[in-house]
Design a protein around this ligand. Structure first.
Ligand code: ATP
Ligand code: MG
Length: 563
C-alpha cells in the first residue's frame, strides 16, 4: 500500500472528545471515524487490524471443530418471545416493525436463532456434538456507548455455540473453547486474565471472562498472585481486615444533623470501619429489604441480586420513611420490620448503626444477636483484602472484557424445543454453551496495553502492516527506486509493507510512522546515497540497524523472530 494513494487520515492533535488512550490513538492513526454515538466506520488500516484478528479467531475456531455459519442480523420477534427475552431485555434491544406490522428486532446475540436451527436440524444423539460459530454484526442500544470502539452500538462479535447431549459433553466443549480462547489472545499479543464471572440471574452452569488489563476497562477483577484465584468483582470474595473493636455497651447516642458515614464517624470519633451502612432496597417479590455493609465498604448490587434471586432497586426516600420510620442516614437493622441482609464481614464485633429515629444512632450493636440478619456476601472486594482461598492479599485491577464463555445448559433449548432423541428413543433437551469475543476490543486492548508516548505499538500478528517504509525524499530518484525495490522484495517474501511516498517533510513521516505503530520502520534516506545503507528500526524497542538495501528483508525476518 502506498500512503500517497491511501485513506490514512492521521491527526496531529488528540481529538477533544476522546478520553481513553485507545480511542485517541485509533482516531489519530486514522483507523476509525465516528458516524454517530457508538457507531463507527473502519478505515483501511482499522479494517486490516480487524481482519487479522478475525483470521486468527477463524483458525482457532476451525481447529476445535467449529463450523462457520452466518445468521441474520434481523430476527422475527417470535423466537425471542419463546425464550422469554423479548420481555426480559429492555431498551438495549433495537426493535422495529415490518410493513405488515410484524415485530422484529436486531440481533444482540444469537442463542435464540441457534436453538431455532437446532430444533429443526438436530434429530438424534448421533447428530451431536456440534460447534457452530459466526463472525458477525451485533446491534445493541447500549446505555453508555463510550471509549471509542470498546463499547459501541454496532459491533462485530465472534459468537460460537456448542450443542451437546449432556453436561459432560458441555464440559468438554467448554474446555475446548477456553483453550482456543487462550490461543487466540496469546496469538493476538495481548495480556489477559481468565476469571470466574457471574452467570447471571437466569441460571446457567458456569462462566468465565477473558479480561485484558487496561485503565480504559469498565470491569474490575480481583486476583490473587499467590494461588491464582481470579474473579470479576461482581462475585469476587475477600476477607477484609477487621478494625479494633472497642468494648462498648449497647446504647443510643444523639447524632443531630449527622447523615453520612463520614459524618457519623467524625461526630462519634470512631473508625468508619466501626460503622454500618444501611441501605433499603425494593425487589419485585421480596419487597423491601435492608442491606448492610461496613461503613467503608460499597454494596455490589449484583451480589444483592444473587442473594435475593431477583434484581432490586434502591428505595425512594419516602419508601425509607414508610418502612423504617426514619429518613436515610438514620436507619438501621435493630427493630427493622423488613428482612435484613448483612455482609459476611459484619459477623463478628459490634458496630454503630442508625436507630431508625432521626438524629439517633446506636453504638455497640452485634448483628445477628441484637438484630436478626441473614449473612451473605455483599460488599465490593477492595485491594488488600485477604484471599478466601489462601489468605494472601488480593489485588484489584481494571480490565477490558475481551471475551467470555458460558455454560447455558437447556435454558434456550427447552423453550425453543431444541430436542434430540437419546439411545433409548427418549426426547432430551440439547445442552448448549455460548462463547463470545469482541475483535474490536482486542484491537483496542492491544493499543491500550502496548502504546508508548509516540503512538501505537502493534503486536506483529495483528499489525495492519509488518513494515513501514519511509521514503525520505520522493524527488530523489535513487531513493525512490530503492524504496520501491524494498517494497517489492517485502511483498515477494510475504511481508506486508506500506510505503510512505507522500511529498511530506521527513519529520511528518517519522511521526506518522510512530503513530501508526507498524512493527518495523525502514528509512530510505541520505544514508543510502552516502553509504549505500538503509535504517531498519524496531517500533517497540526503537533499536536501529543500518543494513545494505539488499539485506533489508533478512534483517526484518530476524527482527520478527526475536520479537
Ligand atoms: P459487557 O459486559 O462489556 O457489556 P457483555 O457481557 O454484554 O459485555 P457479551 O454479550 O457476552 O458481552 O458479548 C461477547 C463479547 O462481545 C464481549 O466479551 C465483548 O468482547 C464484545 N462486546 C460486547 N458488547 C460490546 C460492545 N457494546 N461493543 C464492542 N464489543 C462488545
Ligand atoms: Mg453488555
Amino acid at each position: 500500500m502506498r500512503l500517497s494513494k491511501s485513506l490514512v487520515p492521521t491527526l496531529r492533535e488528540d481529538p477533544a472528545d476522546a478520553e481513553a488512550l485507545s480511542h485517541k490513538l485509533m482516531l489519530r492513526a486514522g483507523l476509525v471515524r465516528q458516524l454517530g454515538a457508538g457507531i463507527y466506520v473502519y478505515l483501511p488500516l482499522g479494517q486490516r487490524v480487524i481482519d487479522k484478528i478475525c483470521a486468527i479467531i477463524r483458525e482457532e475456531m476451525n481447529a476445535i471443530g467449529g463450523q462457520e455459519i452466518t445468521m441474520p442480523v434481523i430476527h422475527p420477534a417470535e423466537i425471542w418471545r419463546e425464550s422469554g427475552r423479548w420481555d426480559a431485555i429492555g431498551e438495549e434491544m433495537f426493535r422495529l416493525k415490518d410493513r405488515a406490522g410484524r415485530d422484529l428486532c436486531l440481533g444482540m446475540t444469537h442463542e435464540e436463532v441457534v436453538a431455532w436451527l437446532a430444533a429443526r436440524e438436530i434429530r438424534s444423539y448421533r447428530d451431536l456434538p456440534q460447534v457452530w460459530y459466526q463472525i458477525q454484526t451485533k446491534e445493541r442500544d447500549e446505555a453508555r456507548p463510550r471509549s471509542g470502539v470498546l463499547r459501541t452500538r454496532e459491533f462485530l462479535m465472534k459468537d460460537a455455540y456448542t450443542l451437546d447431549r449432556d453436561e459432560a459433553g458441555l464440559g468438554r466443549a467448554y474446555d475446548a473453547q477456553a483453550g482456543a480462547y487462550r490461543r487466540i489472545f496469546d496469538r493476538c499479543g495481548i495480556a489477559y486474565h481468565v476469571v470466574q464471572s457471574d452467570p447471571g440471574m437466569m441460571g446457567g452452569l458456569g462462566s468465565h471472562e477473558f479480561m485484558a488489563p487496561s485503565a480504559a476497562g469498565e470491569d474490575e477483577i480481583a486476583i490473587c498472585a499467590s494461588c491464582g484465584y481470579a474473579a470479576n468483582v461482581e462475585l469476587a470474595q475477600g476477607r477484609p481486615h477487621l478494625p479494633q473493636f472497642p468494648s462498648w455497651t449497647r446504647e443510643d447516642v444523639a447524632t443531630p444533623g449527622v447523615r453520612t458515614i463520614a459524618e457519623v464517624a467524625d461526630f462519634l470519633k470512631v473508625d468508619p470501619r466501626l460503622t454500618v451502612k444501611s441501605l433499603l432496597y425494593v425487589a419485585p417479590t421480596a419487597g423491601a429489604v435492608l442491606a448492610l455493609v461496613r461503613g467503608d465498604h460499597a454494596l455490589h448490587e449484583r451480589k444483592l441480586a444473587r442473594a435475593l434471586g431477583e434484581e432490586a432497586r434502591p428505595a425512594h426516600p419516602e419508601e425509607v420513611v414508610m418502612h423504617l420510620g426514619a429518613p436515610v442516614g438514620s436507619i438501621g437493622p435493630v427493630g427493622a420490620r423488613v428482612p435484613v441482609l448483612a455482609d459476611e464481614s459484619l459477623r463478628d464485633g459490634s458496630y454503630v448503626v442508625g436507630a431508625n429515629r432521626e438524629g439517633v444512632h446506636t453504638r455497640g450493636v452485634r448483628l445477628g444477636s441484637d438484630a436478626p440478619v441473614r449473612f451473605v456476601d455483599l460488599h465490593v472486594v477492595a485491594a488488600g483484602e485477604a484471599c478466601m482461598k489462601c489468605g494472601d492479599a488480593l489485588a484489584v485491577e481494571r480490565v477490558i472484557e475481551v471475551g467470555n464463555i458460558f455454560k447455558l445448559g437447556a435454558k434456550y433449548s427447552t423453550p425453543l424445543h431444541a430436542m434430540f432423541l437419546d439411545e433409548a428413543g427418549k426426547e432430551q433437551p440439547i445442552v448448549m454453551g455460548s462463547y463470545g469475543i469482541g475483535p474490536a476490543r482486542i484491537a483496542a486492548a492491544a493499543v491500550e496495553q502496548l502504546a508508548d508516548a509516540d503512538g501505537i505499538v502493534w503486536p506483529w500478528a495483528i499489525a495492519p502492516f509488518h513494515v513501514h517504509i519511509v521514503l525520505v525524499s520522493v524527488r530523489d530518484a535513487a531513493q525512490a527506486a530503492a524504496a520501491t525495490e524494498i517494497y517489492e522484495a517485502c511483498r515477494a517474501r510475504g511481508l506486508e509493507a506500506v510505503l510512505d511516498d507522500r511529498d511530506e517533510r521527513p519529520g511528518v513521516k517519522f511521526k506518522d510512522a510512530d503513530l501508526l505503530g507498524v512493527p518495523v520502520r525502514v528509512t530510505v534516506g541520505n544514508a543510502l546515497t552516502k553509504e549505500g545503507v538503509v535504517e531498519v528500526r524496531s517500533r517497540r524497542t526503537r533499536r536501529e540497524a543500518r543494513v545494505p538495501k539488499d539485506r533489508v528483508v533478512d534483517e526484518i525476518g530476524s527482527l520478527r523472530t526475536q520479537e
